[in-house]
Design a binder for this molecule. Structure first.
Ligand code: WQD
Length: 341
């Protein structure tokens, strides 16, 4: 069974990808420093996949530790690299923390496994597009001036990977540019862990609906959109997880060489107010929200052109907004009754 290293494998997207790797016949080996996840997710994953996946608690910015990992786990056929700090707002206040961790982690990993014929999947983000000039945004769109140090780490990491492949290496690399991942696994045993006050829309919605937050503030309704609120391309986290399996499969094909990049979204734009109404319709819950001022750094509207992913990656999102809202709500209720930490 092909072994796949999953860094950040106890995180939101990482844990869902571990499930899909097992479903696809791979053996995931989870690496996580637990800085933004909980060891109890390992037990949750065990309940879903039927066995306890291999786990190493490890900080990838610790070079000697990563070299030791490569000695302990030499025969991996691929790496899916999620491990990174990802809070946009925090990155503005603590840029060095973000540059150090996000770059050193990836460079240590690439160095430690250098020379092996590995398939490397990089967790990138639509944030590299900023506010696109044209919508839907395609992979060939100009990568814009990053809006945050977090976004900059994603942009520069993509360039590092492309340069590494161009220099002649037997790494094969695919960067997946995620749009907005939401929702949870159908078992409600894993989802977006509530650590601190949620920065993202959907966890804030579900925490408001369950009474953990008093109300949701919609950050602006004076944008040039259907109802004045921002537009995003929301994608179910299970669809997103499956895209990582598709990326490994593509790189396993003999005719795939080098580096490629794919948009991982649904191709549909949805406004904040439409998400709120979709949540209310899907769950029967009435949401307490107000309209507030715009949030600094928000782009007005972005959604992905997913033609290349459909044709070349052989992947397309299957789940709709309803399933995203229902699964997010089921997870919120589960975690309220079964607090993990
Ligand atoms: C979505 C929309 C907000 C909260 C970020 C990162 C991106 C990726 C996904 C890591 C926006 C509005 C939000 C709230 C609101 N993260 N909103 N009230 O900003 O599109 O993307 O998360 O890779 O890199 O930039 O996601 O969920 O924060 O916001 O009105 O309380 O919801 O203004 O329009 P975003 P988000």
């Amino acid at each position: 069974m092909a072994k796949i290293l999953v860094t950040g494998g106890l995180g939101f997207i990482g844990s869902h990808t571990v499930v899909e790797l097992v479903n696809a016949g791979y053996e995931p080996i989870i690496i996580d420093n637990l800085s933004n996840s909980d060891i109890k997710i390992l037990d949750q994953l065990t309940k879903i996949i039927g066995y306890k996946p291999k786990f190493h608690k490890l900080d990838l910015s610790d070079e000697p530790a990563v070299k030791k990992l490569a000695e302990m786990e030499p025969d991996v056929s691929g790496i899916i690299h999620f491990a990174a700090y990802k809070a946009v707002g925090e990155s503005v206040h603590k840029p060095l923390k973000y540059y150090r961790n996000n770059f050193f982690s990836m460079l240590n990993l690439l160095d430690a496994y250098y020379g092996k014929a590995l398939n490397f999947v990089f967790s990138s983000s639509c944030t590299v597009y900023g506010q696109p000039d044209e919508l839907p945004v395609t992979e060939s769109a100009q990568v814009k001036e990053a809006q945050s140090p977090y976004g900059n780490t994603k942009q520069i990491a993509e360039e590092v990977l492309e340069d590494m492949v161009a220099s002649g290496t037997n790494y094969k690399v695919i960067s997946l540019r995620y749009f907005n991942p939401v929702g949870a696994h159908e078992t409600a045993l894993i989802g977006e862990l509530p650590i601190g006050v949620p920065q993202n829309l959907v966890p804030f919605i579900t925490q408001t609906a369950i009474g953990k937050r008093e109300k949701l503030t919609v950050f602006g309704d004076d944008y040039d959109t259907a109802d004045g609120s921002c537009v995003r391309d929301y994608i179910h986290v299970v669809d997103l997880a499956k895209a990582h399996v598709a990326a490994l499969r593509l790189m396993e094909k003999p005719d795939f060489t080098g580096y490629d990049v794919f948009n991982i979204g649904t191709g549909q734009g949805t406004t904040v107010l439409q998400i709120i109404h979709a949540f209310e319709n899907a769950t029967g819950e009435k949401l307490n929200y107000i309209i507030g001022p715009r949030r600094e750094g928000d782009v007005e509207k972005v959604w992905g052109d997913v033609t290349k992913s459909a044709h070349k990656l052989g992947w397309r999102a299957q789940l709709g907004i309803d399933e995203m809202m229902q699964s997010a709500w089921e997870w919120e209720k589960y975690i309220a009754e079964n607090p993990l930490s």
